[in-house]
Design a binder for this molecule. Sequence first.
Ligand code: AMP
Ligand code: MG
Length: 691
Amino acid sequence: MTVFDTFAMVDWASGNDTGPTPRQDAIWACVVRKASVHESKYLRNRTIAESWLHDLIAEELSAGRRLCLGYDFPFGYPKGFARALTGSDDPLKLWDWFEERIDDEPGANNRFDLAGEINRQFGGKGPFWFNGLKREIPGLAKNKRDYHNPFPERRAVETAPDAKGSFTCWQMGGAGAVGGQIMTGISVLARLRRHFENQVAIWPFERLDKPVAFVEIWPSLNLGAAPEGRIKDAWQVEQVACNLAKMSDEDLCWQLDVSAAEEGWILGVSQDKPNIAPPPLRNDCFALPAGVNWTPVDEALALLQERLRPITASEHVPLMQACGRVLAEDVFAKRSNPPQPNTAVDGYGFAGAVPEGPRILPLVDGRAAAGIPFDGEVPEGRALRVLTGAALPEGVDTVILEEDVTVQDNHVAFHGPLKRGANTRRAGEDVVEGDMALPAGRKVTSADLALLSAVGIADVPVRKPLRVAVLSTGDELVEPGECAGLGQIFDANRPMLLSLIERMGFVPVDMGRVGDDRELLSARLDEAAQKADVILTSGGASAGDEDHVSALLRQSGALQEWRIALKPGRPLALGMWSGAPVFGLPGNPVAAMVCTLIFARPALGLMSGEGWSEPQGFDVPAAFEKRKKPGRREYLRARIRDGRAEVFHSEGSGRISGLSWAEGLVEIEDGQRHVRPGDLVRFIPYGSFGL
Ligand code: AMP
Ligand code: MG
């Protein structure tokens, strides 16, 4: 949770007391609560500022509010400086280091002397420069002539494209210099942090799981000039506080989600986030127990379910683009639905139940309509005209339907009984703010978009779509439309598999065809592993001379020949190629499709983050007779006619027309079975596979 109730922003200054009259280049702060300015504060020196901050934090904590407190100076120095001074990379140790050494009084402080002292430790020519005092300080030059900096000039954030123009941490004097602001600033923050131990988290070094967060801001970064008549510093902190307060939780979390170990970061500067994809699957993830000859379908599926896990990274997309995507996190309602009690009908609203019998109520002037609430209270014993969807005003909790009343002389007459609350909708009767609206793994539907909108979610955390490469193998294959020579056939699997992938909600990546050539195939698999998360091949998956998919996977050490007790479907070759799982499907189109639906689909679903899914089947009477031997599961191409399951007249796995004839599969269990017409069989419509 990083939701804040209060945003307070501070513009720091390193100079001496600025006097009683509010002025530019002093310390300014602004406190915003519930998106409106609560206080704009001029703080003439750091002693006053520190005690004001102290009181603010104490007040917010005792009120149980979460406070985001921003300061316009760096929380860390460029890489290496903390370790050189303190022996530790921990920037918070550096805070304490400065806190011990900075002497800060309203009329003077020792920042220049301390800078000189530090410089002398490093040879006396840097990292600090610009002595702003009249007197000489050994080691701290007035200009950059003989300057040598043993550390990087800038922090990583100061080299970001949208953070150009910042001063370096090393410049101690001159208009806008931040060198002195850091030293004096982090010293104060170190004390506040110590005082409110366990209540304050420092961003981005610590987890924001405390009621108060200190964050680094840079107001001038993207604010224009202050309006006429306003003091720039005062106006800027107000703008930053208001902008943060207005931001959606998701946007704020996104901005807060940076990693910047020792240097710190400026809130709002975008960071090239590392691809936070989960680590790849292990090479042995498809290993089958040794010594097993034929693996039953259910065991094979259980193994896949156990071994595989989501492999896609997360991102945020606008609501409008979220349909069909898989939620990366649980999504919680930001607002109740309905947000306030309202009327479910057009009619007249009043307070309380009505007993049996006639009732006449005088009407109050005005009305309440959806989006146009009644501005006032309805007194006891009076009624108000209300229209469907209107928020119930104070004094109304029950509504009588317009059709059930007579209106005359500014009175409304009707008959009881009527229960209290009749014809109204309670606030949150559908969803309560803070409740989980949808769980991680949910594939967002059109209805979900309505739900997410209603509960105030505009930005949806989803997983990147799973990219699935499809590759056909075999010397005999030519592209449909090409001229097919003797012994050649058209590539039927690739168009089928690519469209299956798309229909199932994944991203198909067409990797074309390769002949039975190990080198070419190897190069094509490399390319596929680059372009996609998972690879589906068809053909060449058995153990014959020309079965190069299995041969290559075996060579790469990651082949598992899954001899699954399944018809249709010869061995399925499962393996890893350059980190990408490979499903080596049989070449026969019927077997390729059945293996895709039965094995690849749930496995892909799991890897995409949507979880393991089992296709919904229905028990229906058979319209056919079949004797089946024990020892393997069979899938028959089937369709429903007149409430009975018909099967295709041939079980040949090269009979593509049967796939097309069928509208689903009949699944016949592993054991022996004699199906007679009228017996119940399990029919799984293609639709159950997401097609
Ligand atoms: P394989 O698994 O390579 O031994 O192929 C088994 C059968 O499927 C052979 O008859 C192949 O010609 C056929 N086959 C392989 N790939 C395809 C494809 N992409 N389209 C149609 N038939 C194929
Ligand atoms: Mg082949």
